[in-house]
Design a protein around this ligand. Sequence first.
Ligand code: E4P
Length: 229
Amino acid sequence: MLNWLGGFAVKFFLDTANLDELKKATAWGVVDGVTTNPTLIAREGRPIEEQIRLICEIVDGDISAEVVARDAAGMVKEGRELARIHKNVVVKCPLTRDGIRATSALSKEGIRVNVTLCFSPAQALLAAKAGAYIISPFVGRLDDVGAIGMDLVRDITVIYRNYDFKTQILAASLRSPIHVIEAALAGAHIATMPFKVLDMLFNHPLTDKGIEQFLSDWEKVFHESHAAG
Ligand code: E4P
């Protein structure tokens, strides 16, 4: 999506595998893609191939589906199978030695990989060098252990810009609207968030108060004059 300056606008992904949430959010016209992980897929109870296919019918954008193998050969095999589900599927591999090896192999085959569970700039460098399509730094989980998670997004942005890496930075594990704003300020290409956080982005008490005021002023004149007429 190009912005008004001809650059790329921040993309909003939904971090869920729940079909009702995806339908509700896509109706707002602001969802560019979806991230899932084994926890989110397991929560819905369907086999991953089936769940990802259903998600692809709802959202027309990159849909991340994660491998569950721990060894590189197993990840490559699963990755190929996941990529066959739909052209929009992005294979998610964890940031382990085997995950980076699988990322490198899948990327060479033209399969797009989202490298997940990134907690350091050094790990992000490895992912970019392996040809990752997306790197996913986990902001909230770093905050949980007393670090400033968003610093990781800021550092990766600088490092990738220094070398013109094409890997997109996806700020993950976002827990609040402030996280989304800070990810955009840091220059992340994508912010993925649970439905609850996307819904919270709408809220402002002055918007509600303003609507009440506008409509009551309108009603006072037009409703009463209609009634009189
Ligand atoms: C991203 O791809 C992950 O699925 C997700 O953002 C993890 O978020 P959590 O730390 O809130 O579980």
